[in-house]
Structures are given as C-alpha cells and as structure tokens.
Design a protein around this ligand. Structure first.
Ligand SMILES: C[S@@+](CC[C@H](N)C(=O)[O-])C[C@H]1O[C@@H](n2cnc3c(N)ncnc32)[C@H](O)[C@@H]1O
Length: 220
C-alpha cells in the first residue's frame, strides 16, 4: 500500500500538539539557535523526540553522534541516556562544539558527553582503534557532511554491536535524490549512500519519509 496520508502543515501542527513535548533545556537551545543564519541545520523537535524513543526502545547506553552543530540531538541524547550512559560526539567546528557543550553543562548532563573536535573521518578512524570501542556501541546517529556518510557508516558499523541501530539523517535531501538535474556533490553522495545500503547484507534496513528522510539500519 502506498503512503495514504498527505502531511499538510495543519496535520503537522496537530502531530506536534498531540505528541511532542520538549524539555526546557531543549526549548532554550532551539530558541537560541533560531537566531542563527545556520538554524536550518538543526533537527526538529519531532525528530529529537523520535531519537529519544529509539534510544529508550533499544536500551542504548553507549552512543555515537556525527555532526553536533549547537547540540540539539546531542542534548536530547544526553538527557535520554540512563545514569552511566555515554555519548561520543564529533564535530569539525570548535565553536559549535563549545556552544553544544555549554548547553549540556547548563542542563547538568555534560558528564555523559565525550565531545571530540575535528574532521569526523579522522575522529572515527582513531575511535575504532580504541580498546573496547569496536562492537561496543548500541546506537549511531549520522548528521554531518553528506560526502562523509559512507565513511561514517563503515566506521559506525564497526563500532556497533550486533543488534545495534544506526540512524542516518537527510537521506531524501528535500527530494533532490530523485531530481536528476541535481548533480552537486552532496546529492550524489546521498544517492550513492542509499544505493549502497540497499545492497548491504550486514544490516536490516528501513527508510522513513520522516523529516528530511531517515534511514534506520540494524547491524546483523
Ligand atoms: C546538520 S548539522 C548537525 C545538526 C545537529 N545534529 C542538531 O541536532 O542540531 C551538521 C554538522 O556537521 C558538522 N560537520 C560538517 N562536516 C564535518 C566533518 N567533516 N567532520 C565532523 N563534523 C562535520 C558541521 O560543523 C555541523 O555542525
């Protein structure tokens, strides 16, 4: 059956009204980010809540995030993880990392955050070599530069335990993935990433038409 409901703006508002709740530190973070030119990089409150549900459903304790920006998904994760849980996060920007960490500190969850600044290609290459890292992660969230997704995915799979869940954001890229006239690097990288996962027998796969498109991949 094809998707039957067209999500109009009113229906989107209804969904937010009846299902989304945003803890105060996240609301404050979102309000501050809304004043920035780059605000569109932030995930939506609905998406943040979905991350929380996935983390709780999988009982995640050790997670990885690639692409932090001002810290919305990071703070969501840190607020959701149980006592003793830990999120390793990486971003190439020192400034965004500082902002994100500040929000986690004010919310009292900075002790759950290990934030690493640098190109995620290098950060993850180093992380997989750390003792106990490979196969030690329950959950991975990819939300950085799209050209890096394939590399982040490979490292993410190495880090995940069997049964662990990887979530990749923006896989529909505002619909550009099916627009053949769009031939920029990011769109081509996402097409290649989606095609690669389709053939990857190391995971069980599901693509959701939620937000900008989310792929869920469970490591076999
Ligand atoms: C879409 S934003 C992340 C949004 C964030 N998850 C949130 O909830 O607000 C993408 C982030 O990836 C970071 N980034 C871009 N290229 C990167 C790279 N090569 N390595 C690490 N981070 C990178 C950017 O600095 C930016 O903060």
């Amino acid at each position: 059956m094809r998707i039957q409901v067209t999500i109009t703006e009113r229906l989107q508002d209804y969904i937010a009204d009846v299902s989304v709740s945003e803890p105060a530190p996240l609301l404050e973070l979102r309000e501050q980010t809304s004043r920035l030119d780059e605000r569109n990089m932030q995930i939506s409150p609905e998406q943040g809540q979905f991350l929380s549900v996935l983390l709780r459903a999988t009982g995640a304790r050790r997670t990885l995030e690639v692409g932090v920006f001002t810290g919305y998904s990071l703070l969501r994760t840190a607020l959701t993880l149980p006592e003793g849980g830990r999120v390793t996060a990486c971003d190439i920007s020192e400034d965004w990392a500082k902002t994100a960490l500040g929000h986690c500190e004010r919310a009292g969850v900075a002790d759950k955050v290990d934030l690493r600044v640098g190109d995620a290609r290098e950060t993850l290459a180093a992380l997989v070599e750390e003792e106990g890292a490979a196969g030690g992660y329950d959950f991975v969230f990819l939300d950085a530069d799209k050209e890096g997704y394939e590399t982040y995915y490979e490292h993410g799979l190495t880090l995940l335990r069997p049964g662990g869940l990887l979530v990749a954001d923006n896989v529909l890229w505002s619909g550009l993935v099916i627009d053949e006239s769009a031939q920029d690097e990011e769109t081509r990288a996402l097409r290649a990433f989606n095609a690669k996962l389709r053939e990857d027998h190391r995971v069980d796969l599901c693509m959701l038409p939620f937000a900008d498109g989310l792929t869920l991949a469970v490591k076999r």
